[in-house]
Design a protein around this ligand. Sequence first.
Ligand SMILES: *[C@@H]1O[C@H](CO)[C@@H](O)[C@H](O)[C@H]1NC(C)=O
Length: 142
Amino acid sequence: MRCLVFLLFVALANARVYTRCEWARVLKNNGMDGYRGISLADWVCLSQWESSYNTAAINHNTDGSTDYGIFQINSRWWCNKGRGVTSNACNINCSELLTDNVQVAIDCAKLIIMDSGISAWVAWRDHCKGHDLSPYLAGCGL
Ligand SMILES: *[C@@H]1O[C@H](CO)[C@@H](O)[C@H](O)[C@H]1NC(C)=O
């Protein structure tokens, strides 16, 4: 029982669900506000619709690839999940995108922006592009 509680604690310590404003602050502290012309509100909106701010989010795609973490970064192009074809452009193990060390996901997202722009994220195109994004930063004091 003690062992089980310990394992549960470890599992919780390794993943994290942020609140909207917490995540906005983390992004800002990591230089994402205005990075390559992308506003902080765009990043928050994208994260809301991709993962609901959950670093442990995983979704499987019909092409056999998998999307990982708070930005739902795809294994076909950006990370190695150990199976199937990958370009692994971020040069990481996909599981590194699922921990509370969000630096890995943020660095990879910056690379994606440089390579493909924010339109690489379908959720951004569908839910954020052209929308009033002020609600995503409302009340955050940023
Ligand atoms: C990625 O990391 C996990 C957990 O540490 C490990 O089990 C897996 O073998 C690694 N995969 C690759 C492709 O290195």
